[in-house]
Design a protein around this ligand. Sequence first.
Ligand SMILES: Nc1ncnc2c1ncn2[C@@H]1O[C@H](COP(=O)(O)OP(=O)(O)OP(=O)(O)O)[C@@H](O)[C@H]1O
Length: 658
Amino acid sequence: MSSTYKFKAETHKVLNILTHSLYTNREIFLRELLSNASDALDKLRFKQNKGESILAPELPLEIKISTDKESNILTVQDTGIGMTKQEMQDNLGIIAKSGSEKFLKDIGDTSCDSGKQKIDPYAEEEIVEKQEGAGADASQIIGRFGIGFYSVFMVADKVEVYSVPAIESVKEESEAKAHVWTSHGSDTFTITPLEEVAGLVRGTMIKIYLKDDAKEFIEEYRLENIIRRHSNFLPFSILLNDKVINTISALWREPKFNIKKEQYDEFYKFLTYDTENPFDVIHLSVDAPVQFNALLFIPEKSEDYFLEQKDQWGLDLYVRRVLIEKNRQELLPNYFAFVKGVVDTEDLPLNISRETLQENIVLKKISQTIVRQLMSHFEKMAAQDKEKYNTFWNKHGKYFKFAFNDFVYRDRVAKLMRFVSSGSEELLSLEEYVSRMKAGQKDIWYVSASSKEAAKLNPHMERFTRKGLEVLYLLEPVEEIALESLQKFNEYTFKNIETADARALDDFADVEKAESDLPKLSDLEKTEFEQMLERMKEVLGDKVKDVKSTDRLSGSPACMASQDGVSSTMEKLMRSFQKDDSIPQKVLEVNPDHALIRSLLTIYKDDSRSGLFEEMVWGIFDNTVLLDGYMNDPFLMAQRSLKLMEKAGQWYADLRNK
Ligand SMILES: Nc1ncnc2c1ncn2[C@@H]1O[C@H](COP(=O)(O)OP(=O)(O)OP(=O)(O)O)[C@@H](O)[C@H]1O
């Protein structure tokens, strides 16, 4: 005899809310049913481990899904603990009453409250690692809220839950062997006793009569896809029409000492579709300040997370092995965009899509803990295996260096940054640079350039080479921004060589001889030279701010200098933000002891108005601008240089023919 019951609480309204607004994505109904099935199997295993006798112990612990296309019925079945009539009434009849929560309370596991604990977002708590091997079976139980089951009514017109309890002792003596709970998702449900259920020896079988607009969920490929996406890591086999779908285990939950490198490699490839093994693996099991397990990988290859892969980073967030979201970006700061992996916590509810403040705080805490652990990991690597760390830096330093922007870590990041320099072929840390500084040196010198070769050719480098002062080569604009923002390393100030004033290096003796063998200019020639500079300024007009003599150069005839202390890279960056591609007005500094300038002086003295003089001045200007990193009128530049060559060729021919 079947009995009809009214749902407790205003079920109809609540069901409406649950099925229409709680979940934005209908496919998660399967995730909820699979999580319940997994919980039922976990509970059974727990009881069995305690020595309780169970029905049909020879049956495997597994979940079976089958489809009946003709009648549009989807069946989800488990060999778990099952439900008595009373349990059906309580657990499926009262919304927001969780049998799983009660189960955990009954066995004295308090972890079910962890999602509600108060977490202080600002406290810097000590990170407590989980004891290996700790954690009873029960902590795996997923359900907490007693609402997941009802999501099935998003896709079903009618649901039948058949159940055969696995433990005889829990049911009333007079009670039938099995029961079926039936509801249309409206105000009532019925429970009918049964002598037996075909195909169900133990556990629960849920028959879902799909709505007309939910027929897609009868398709095998669709179901397989959903299982893989959300429930791949449940600890029991899931069979879809007799084929096992979840073949890889939730490695992050296993004790580290049990895991072999090959398992990490296999998991990484499964997770990322990468064909190579990962460069490094970091496996975290943390109990406090929040509970979580994480399996993090550093890939071999670096990808473009700034442009192409803009949204393709972040960690996959799981709650008790059930996927909540892929690529959850709040879990990592963007300077760790290259880190791949999964995070699994027991401190969040499954239905995290209803983001509340408390949930965000948990995420924030997890993220902070991960960042702290990663920082320590890289510090350890840098200290213990320099070569490995340098390889890491070459692969992923272009993202990691952005961490200078994180005020919590900027000093630690400064120590972890690596550079190329004028004094070493190998990567160099700031500590190493400082240890090699000259006596009395108070500044850490750097130059920005597009490549090492370009840095070496920078005319401003000449004085530093002459004095034997090491200069860091910054090959990406962000490095200059980082150093400008850090300002100092220990007590040493970062300075750009382009902005070093003429006297800044006087305290250091030359270690190399200046290149020029030319005799010094006489007083008369000095005056003529000064006049020539005036004339040069006249020729170049508003292309330059001024033309001046300099003693900072040896191998180059001239260089560009900004007077206001802004380096050329910074200037370029600022201009690119303003979309300004004109050449900035700078001071052209001219080396009086360079052979080319001496020839120019001769031409000037001969005829200060000659066309040749003007063409040479433009030629020198073009080259200096080019070395400064600008070239916005290549046609004009090429034309001028061709004209000069034409003249030089003509002279040569004239001389030969004389
Ligand atoms: N396959 C099953 N076998 C045994 N008991 C089940 C099964 N499915 C559901 N139940 C019982 O019904 C209860 C309610 O399930 P429901 O999915 O609504 O909530 P929950 O799993 O407890 O929590 P959550 O809302 O977090 O999913 C469960 O706690 C469990 O006691």
